[in-house]
Design a binder for this molecule. Structure first.
Ligand SMILES: Nc1ncnc2c1ncn2[C@@H]1O[C@H](COP(=O)(O)OP(=O)(O)OP(=O)(O)O)[C@@H](O)[C@H]1O
Ligand SMILES: [Mg+2]
Length: 266
């Protein structure tokens, strides 16, 4: 993987992080990557959540084993022509714990960067675990630099405060925060259409102000996301013409604009 114009060239490298667990990093990573791929971009999706590699699950790749090329490189899974995916969830048996310390995790992350046949990519999306630990340092070191970080938070203060830590980590790494995704922002009652703020309100904007960045999108709570994640069917591919699909397109377009890319769709 390289930022030079040679084989394995990656134009834009994005890190998705949150501080707090369970707020939607993998959901956002998977659906953002899918939306970008459907717009014609060559996308890599790397899962560096070593202990909870849910990218494989959310893309239906748990049972699909990676194979090696003749020169010993790992061949990533390719979905829908232009989305290449690597996740430890495709290497280890379902339900088995991955009991590894930092050095082994770092070695794996290095291999994900250097020993995978990514080919040339327009955008690499890296899904990370909660916190700012081994995996985050490991991927920053292995990539050398990133083009931007996307912070995911719910509106709740306990999530926002952890996301702030993640944002400060990005700053310590001298990297750019592209913006905030406020996930599980609100819930629209399917019967009476009343909007409920189950996790509070405005946490994303408060975080954006604290970190001097912007809210990229607010994604509602929607049972469709549970179905989509559990079935391994990302929204842009399988739930077309839905309100949720629009959210992920909107997010991808904002990110492309921040990266100085135009849309390729159509
Ligand atoms: N907008 C949403 N509406 C409803 N459910 C959602 C939404 N976003 C995510 N979820 C669900 O919330 C749970 C947590 O999401 P996800 O696994 O993406 O979070 P995460 O931040 O990656 O978690 P972890 O820290 O464990 O890696 C999942 O069950 C997912 O399907
Ligand atoms: Mg996750």
């Amino acid at each position: 993987m390289s930022t030079e114009k040679e084989e394995g060239y990656v134009k834009h490298k994005l890190l998705v992080l949150s501080g707090k667990g369970g707020v939607g990093k993998t959901t956002v990573s998977v659906n953002l990557a899918a939306a970008l791929a459907l717009q014609g971009y060559r996308v890599g999706l790397m899962d560096v959540d070593i202990h909870g590699p849910n990218v494989a699950k959310m893309l239906g790749l748990e049972e699909k084993v990676h194979i090696a090329s003749e020169d010993g490189k790992i061949i990533p899974h390719t979905l829908f022509q232009s989305l290449k995916v690597i996740s430890l969830g495709s290497f280890v048996p379902k339900g088995k714990p991955i009991i590894w310390r930092g050095p082994l995790k770092n070695k794996t992350i290095e291999q994900f960067v250097d020993d995978v046949e990514w080919g040339d990519l327009d955008v690499l999306v890296v899904d990370t675990p909660p916190g700012t630990g081994d995996e985050h340092l490991g991927i920053m070191q292995a990539l050398g630099s990133i083009d931007g970080a996307i912070l995911v938070t719910t509106p709740q203060t306990v999530s926002k405060d952890d996301a702030k830590r993640a944002g400060e980590f990005v700053k310590v790494m001298e990297s750019r925060i592209l913006g905030i995704v406020e996930n599980m922002s609100y819930f629209v009652c399917p019967t009476c259409k009343t909007v409920h703020y189950l996790f509070g309100k405005d946490g994303g904007q408060i975080l954006a102000d604290e970190l001097e960045t912007v809210v990229l999108t607010k994604i509602p709570q929607d049972p469709m996301m549970i179905v989509s994640g559990d079935a391994g069917k990302p929204v842009p591919f399988f739930f077309r013409e839905t309100a949720m699909e629009k959210h992920f397109y909107e997010l991808s377009e904002k990110i492309l604009a921040l990266l100085g890319e135009g849309s390729r769709e159509g």
